[in-house]
Design a protein around this ligand. Structure first.
Ligand SMILES: Cc1cc2nc3c(=O)[nH]c(=O)nc-3n(C[C@H](O)[C@H](O)[C@H](O)COP(=O)(O)O)c2cc1C
Length: 336
């Protein structure tokens, strides 16, 4: 057990048979948690990382772009691939294809996405309208891939008058799901208001399988509060890691009682280069440039002149432009 004040955190966390190093997970984020982001998160101490959600239809049609989104390297393990879809046969088949070809450590099913394009057909959080549908999709994946843990990530319900998270957890545990992540906002809420952590506690108190608490963790203190208030087995972080992969290290340090040193400006600038190099090695130029700009916008904050540097990076067009500007940034702040 890792102990911090009155917090008892399970340091021997297991999801199914998968043993984990620590209970701090990187959340799936579409357009963000690609290979480069996941490598950095693991290096900074994330216990598990996830791909962004991938379309089960894309997988069974052998769409190369969809497979690329699900692909990973061994340095990222343990890793979960997240799938979404509305047709249980298709989702089950896609999970089997993903397992056979890529051998992830976990397959996670998305019942959380609130985007109308996804939900209107009953995928993502649309499945929370009818728990029989959710169960059917989940059973299909459990049957198709008995070899590894199958997990679910969900919202609390469609709206505040139809909260179903605890009932869903009881049903999902019965059919063999290995863990559940709860982001306790409703589909209607999208990202407004607050995540209602009391629903994480309610879920944790209702089932035996590990519950992963998610929503509104921005720093190590929030993480401690999440463990404390909900009793969850692990936590999952999405937006709090944007431009701040050090959050994983910081929480780990807090849990183990070690002193935490926040990243210096030098660390942030070096991370810009590291992230750019990782993107360069895995993406075509146009995609690499666009993604580098997006991430540098998050990294380059909170110091004098930051917004000018962000503006300069925003108008870059090529890898060479970014490379040159990064060199100038290193010189300006005497970074080695
Ligand atoms: C840019 C972005 C993309 C996301 N994509 C996914 C996704 O592909 N699958 C998923 O389950 N959740 C996705 N989410 C939701 C997050 O995983 C997480 O549940 C939510 O942001 C709440 O956690 P946070 O408060 O730590 O950000 C996404 C969130 C963001 C901000």
């Amino acid at each position: 057990m890792l102990a911090q004040k009155n917090i008892e955190v399970n340091n021997n966390l297991k999801i199914g048979k998968l043993e984990l190093d620590n209970p701090i997970f990187l959340a799936p984020m579409a357009g963000v948690t690609d290979h480069s982001y996941r490598v950095i998160a693991r290096e900074m101490g994330a216990g598990v990382v996830y791909t962004e959600f991938v379309s089960s239809n894309g997988i069974i049609r052998e769409n190369q772009k969809t497979f690329d989104l699900a692909s990973f390297t061994d340095s990222e393990r343990p890793i979960g691939i997240q799938v979404f879809g509305d047709d249980h046969v298709v989702v089950g088949e896609s999970a089997k294809m993903l397992y056979d070809r890529l051998q992830p450590d976990i397959i996670d099913i998305n019942f959380g996405c609130p985007v109308p394009k996804v939900t209107k057909r009953g995928a993502g959080s649309g499945a929370l309208k009818d728990l029989d549908v959710m169960q059917e999709i989940t059973s299909a994946v459990l049957d198709a891939v008995p070899e590894i843990p199958i997990t679910v990530k969900m919202r609390s319900g469609i709206d505040k008058n139809s909260i179903v998270s605890t009932e869903a957890a009881i049903r999902l545990e019965k059919i063999g799901v290995s863990a559940i992540t709860l982001h306790p906002r409703t589909m209607k809420q999208q990202y407004t208001g607050f995540a209602d952590w009391s629903l994480i506690k309610e879920m944790k108190d209702s089932v035996q399988i590990p519950i992963i608490g998610n929503g509104d963790i921005q720093n190590a203190d929030d993480a401690m509060r999440m463990f404390n208030e909900t009793g969850c087995d692990a936590i999952m972080i999405a937006r709090g890691s944007l431009g701040n992969p050090w959050i994983f290290r910081s929480i780990k340090n807090k849990l183990t009682g070690k002193t935490d040193t926040p990243p210096t400006l030098s660390d942030r600038i070096q991370m810009c280069r590291r992230h750019f190099e990782l993107l360069k090695s895995h993406k075509y130029e146009k995609v690499c440039v666009n993604l580098t700009k997006k991430h540098l916008n998050w990294y380059l904050k909170g110091f004098a002149g930051a917004s000018d540097w962000r503006k300069k990076f925003m108008v870059t067009k090529t890898i060479e432009d970014i490379d040159k500007l990064l060199k100038e940034l290193f010189i300006e702040f005497s970074v080695k």
